[in-house]
Design a protein around this ligand. Sequence first.
Ligand SMILES: NC(=O)c1ccc[n+]([C@@H]2O[C@H](COP(=O)([O-])OP(=O)(O)OC[C@H]3O[C@@H](n4cnc5c(N)ncnc54)[C@H](OP(=O)(O)O)[C@@H]3O)[C@@H](O)[C@H]2O)c1
Length: 291
Amino acid sequence: MAKPPSILFNTLFRADTDWDHVSLYDPDDDRPVPSPMADDTRRPWVTLTFAQSLDAKIAGEAGKQLILSGKESMVMTHWMRSMHDAILVGIGTALNDNPQLNTRHLPQLSDDGRKKYNLPRPIILDTHLRLRSDCKLLSNYKVGTGRRPWVVSTTPGSDEGFSAWEKKKKILEAAGARVINIEPSQAGLSIPSLLTILRTLGVRSLMVEGGAGVIKSFLTSAQLQDIAPSDQPSLIQTVDAIIVTVAPTFVGQEGVGYGDDLLASKMLNMKHICTELFGPDTVMGFTTTLS
Ligand SMILES: NC(=O)c1ccc[n+]([C@@H]2O[C@H](COP(=O)([O-])OP(=O)(O)OC[C@H]3O[C@@H](n4cnc5c(N)ncnc54)[C@H](OP(=O)(O)O)[C@@H]3O)[C@@H](O)[C@H]2O)c1
């Protein structure tokens, strides 16, 4: 059977992991599928991942979707998906790209059909419940090729806003979504609050796949103090690893980046773990710590 790329093992897993079992769900095996785990038990492990051009753009003019990854690094990304319990995008990406967030590009399994690739649960950050009820994430769930998507939102303050939100919630729930409420923050939904709730819901690892707004939020939330119970230290780290694919192309100034207003003094400490080539692309794996 084809094996996941070593850059993923090296960046995401501890050395004592049961490698044969990674990425694979076997109904005859009681052990949970191995997952990257954070030392902090209040939250899942978080892998931030994206594909960028040489000039650090992740989308084209006016947010138009750009296919930056080649075939080989796309397959690497699908292996990465199979290693996480959940995969998160912002509503900007969900509306713009209508992604599937599954593992369809992985090589076919030759067994008797019982073992399957682990499918991550899709999670969408969507304050105003703008997700379309006919999106691919919901139709995949209906035909059994994707897990039930979780849509993360917040209850609006005003009565008027609340009744419109309730209506949208019912439509999304009827289409198969689970709507989860969390607190807002200054820059959208609170990421530390999201992480603690996801952990209580059993999510051990979260892969964050974009887009620009969400990448920026995870990078900047890493330093924020938030919502921990008062008897525990309150600093929540929001990124454990960054896996970035760099495509050999320039997009130019019209493209969308994620780093414009990041402050160097507030950034994470990065430790380079390894770099591998996938077709024309260079993929770098880092682990991070709070500075
Ligand atoms: N190259 C890559 O690897 C890659 C990967 C994914 C996407 N993309 C590209 O990225 C572009 C979309 O990026 P985007 O910035 O427009 O959208 P985005 O990051 O996918 O979603 C941003 C939206 O999510 C909601 N949100 C809720 N809480 C948030 C929080 N704490 N932080 C950030 N957002 C939060 C906000 O909308 P509400 O206020 O309505 O909730 C916000 O406008 C698309 O062009 C897509 O193709 C590229």
